[in-house]
Design a protein around this ligand. Structure first.
Ligand code: PHE
Length: 357
């Protein structure tokens, strides 16, 4: 066997047995700058012209065979490494997933969505208006003139007087949105207005900011029977009690005539409050037939149109429905409270599915 053949047999045998590290060593040993094949090639110059060609071809062939053997061996080894990693690190799909940190829907948002779902199924649509109002929309147009005592009842938050003498205010109820709607849309109207309202009050049952849902229905034949039917239906739907006792108690609001407050039946005992049958009543909303002056203030002909309006406090409903004892906890942003009383995002009702199961 010639030296070259010997070298070839030797190298190929070692390549065939090498691991990845050894393979790199072998490449340098044979083909590197001072490698055995490289050195032989450098020696070609010293050969006689006649021998040089054949020796050169033989060396080139050897170099190509060795380089190819190294590449093939490397590919085989790398492939084996990958195979074994894939076998070892396979994902176990039977393991339970780690729980995802999930936010909660605030009970106020949930209660608003529930009320909106009920009224939208009756054909009302949602309207909105600004929290910062003017005297006209919050009071005057609602038949509450400047000297009227109801202005004091409302404990209004006023902003500083502006250059033109106007004093903007935080709306004390959602009723100004009735005015804005009647000013811009011709009857028939059927709207509900969820939103924030503000009064200078703060104790266990009053917060300076709270939520109301206003309702307004105006048409040529809308009457007190519609008002009663709509609100009895609402009270029973929101508390999920088909036989919930509901009563209308005469009351007074400057913007409705006649006016009423609505009470629902409940039982009070040492264990707390139970909504439904029982000897007691609990007030839950104010309502009435829209005062003709309010219609006229908005440019609606009160000899042709009439309608009803109502205002429901969202906090009161949420507290009763979900057994939340203290109003102030709604606004404390205590995450433990929210995890306890909050709702999962997919439990929120919508107009298509109603309150769900
Ligand atoms: N705006 C009244 C309040 O805040 C509620 C109400 C609305 C009463 C509509 C009658 C009609 O007290």
């Amino acid at each position: 066997m010639s030296d070259l053949e010997q070298l070839r047999t030797d190298l190929l045998a070692r390549i065939g047995a090498a691991d990845l590290d050894a393979l790199e060593g072998l490449r340098i040993e044979a083909l590197g700058r001072k490698g055995s094949i490289t050195e032989l090639m450098k020696g070609l110059g010293g050969l006689a012209a006649g021998e040089r060609k054949a020796a050169g071809q033989a060396l080139n062939a050897l170099k190509a065979v060795v380089a190819c053997a190294i590449d093939t061996r490397r590919a085989t080894l790398e492939c084996a490494v990958l195979e074994s990693r894939l076998a070892e690190q396979r994902i176990d799909l039977t393991l339970p997933v780690r729980p995802l940190a999930q936010g909660r829907i605030h009970p106020i948002s949930q209660t608003i969505e529930e009320m909106v779902a009920i009224f939208c199924q009756m054909g009302f649509s949602v309207a909105e208006g600004p929290d910062i109002e003017d005297d006209f929309h919050n009071f005057t147009a609602l038949n509450i003139p400047p000297e009227h005592p109801a202005r004091q009842d409302h404990d209004t938050f006023y902003f500083p007087e502006r250059a033109d003498g106007a004093r903007p205010l935080l709306r004390t109820h959602t009723s100004p949105v009735q005015i804005r709607t009647m000013q811009t849309q011709p009857p028939p109207l059927r709207i509900i207005v969820p939103g924030r309202t503000y009064r200078a009050d703060h104790d266990a049952t009053h917060s300076p900011m709270f939520h109301q849902i206003e309702g307004l229905a105006i048409d040529e034949t809308t009457h007190m029977g519609h008002l009663k039917g709509c609100l009895i239906e609402f009270c029973r739907a929101i508390f999920g009690l088909d036989d919930l006792p509901v009563r209308f108690r005469p009351s007074y609001f400057p913007f409705t005539e006649p006016s009423a407050e609505v009470d629902i039946g409940c039982a009070r005992s040492a264990d707390g409050l139970a909504i439904g049958a029982g000897g007691d009543w609990m007030e839950i909303l104010g309502c009435g037939m829209v005062h003709p002056k309010v219609l006229e203030n908005c440019g609606i002909d009160s000899t042709r149109y009439q309608g009803f309006a109502f205002g429901v406090g969202v906090e009161r409903v949420a507290m009763l429905k979900y057994g939340i004892p203290d109003l102030r906890t709604f606004y404390e942003s205590d995450l433990r409270w929210l995890r306890h009383y909050g709702f999962l995002p997919l439990d929120v009702p919508n107009v298509a599915t109603g309150l769900g199961a």
